[in-house]
Design a binder for this molecule. Sequence first.
Ligand code: MEV
Length: 407
Amino acid sequence: MKHRWTARAGQRRRQFSSRLPGFYQLPLRERTRIAACAGELSTTETQSLENYGSIARELTDTFIENAIGTYSLPLGIATNFLINGCEYLLPMVVEETSVLAAASHAAKIVRRGGGFSSQSTEPIMTGQIQLFLKESCAFDAILTAHREQLLATANAGQERLVARGGGVCDLDWKYIQPLAVLIVHVHVNSGNAMGANIVNTICERMSAQLLELLPCEVGLQILTNLNDRRRVRAVCEIPAEDLSCPRFRGSAIIDRIVRAHQFACHDPYRAATNNKGIMNGIDAVVIATGNDWRAVEAGAHAYAGRNGSYQPLAQWSKLGRDCLRGELELPLAVGTVGGVTKLHPAARAALKILGKPTAQELAEIICCAGLGQNLAALRALSSEGIQRGHMSLHRNNLHQHRAVPHS
Ligand code: MEV
C-alpha cells in the first residue's frame, strides 16, 4: 500500500507567536498566564495546572525550565507481590485502567506457586567517549598501558562513591572502521544512584586524559542507555491449575501462552505490543519511584533488538507436563538516592512503601512488575480475550467519569 503523507499541523493559524524571549525568566504564575491565554483556558482549566499536589510550586520550578504548573497522574498499589520470599506492595503511577488490577491478579496467581524470584547484576553503568583519531596510532597498546592510570584518575573525582564501594571499575574500547572512530567505554558502579550524572561527569574527566594520550579530537561523551552490564532478571513458575478459567483448563492456557510467546518471537508487530504490556508494569513503578522511565524504555527496547531482530523481552515455556515458566531479563537503570527520588515527596513515600530498597533491590522488584504484567496480558489474551477484562474495566471507568466539558 502506498502511504499518503500530508501536513496537518499548521493548518489552523494561531493568534500568538511562540517566540517568547525570556519566558524562562518569568515568574511561574506569569508563564501560566501566558500559556492559559494562548490556549484560551477557562479559570477552572488554569486552576487545574496550578494544583501543585505533592510537589510545591518552588519544586516544580526547580525540576524543569519554563514550568507552568503540574500534571497529576493516579498513584495506586499493586497487591500480592511475593518476591524472593518477601512481601511487597508496589506503588504504580499510570493512567491506564486495569494495569494495577492485572498486576495484582497475576501476582496473586504467581504467589500460589511460591512467588517471583529475582536477581540482578551490579549497578554498572557505561559511558561512551567518541574519539576521532587524527592519525593512525597503536591505541590498543597505549590504552592497555595506561588503563590503571585512567581508572585511578577517573576515580579521584569520585571519592564518596568509591568509599561506598562504587566508582569506575573497567574500561574497554572498540574501533569503528568505516568512521575511523575509537569508542572508549567506561564502566562505572554507580551504587544506589541511577548514575547518569556520575557517568557523564566521569566521561568528561577521562576525555581530557585521553586527549593527552592519543592524537585525537573528542566527540560525544555520554552514557549509553543500553546499560547491558546492569541487568535484572525475574522468574515465575505457575502450576497449570492456577491458570485455569471457566473456558479453558490450565494446561490449555499454558499451551496458548507458549504459542502467543512464539508468535512474538517471529513477529515484531506482536513483540512490540507484548513489550508494551511489560513496560506497563515497569514504567508505572519507575515513575512512582521518581526514576527516568525514558532511560528504562530506551534500554529495554534496544535490548529487545540486540540480536538484530526485535524480540519479546520475556520468555515463556512449558516446564514438565503442567507448569508454566516465565522469565524476564532486561537492563534496568534505577536509583534510590539523589535527584527526583530524593526531592519528590510522593517518590520518597513510594520508596518507603517498598521498604526503602537499594537500587538493585528496586530493579528486581520492578522486573517482577513487568513479568507479572506480561503474564496477566498473555493469560487474558490466551483465554477470554482482552476486551472482556481489561477493556470492560476501561469502558466502565470512562463512562462513570465522562470528561469535564470545556467551559
Ligand atoms: C495494553 O496496554 C497491553 C497489551 O496490549 C499487552 C499485550 O498485548 O501483551 C494487553
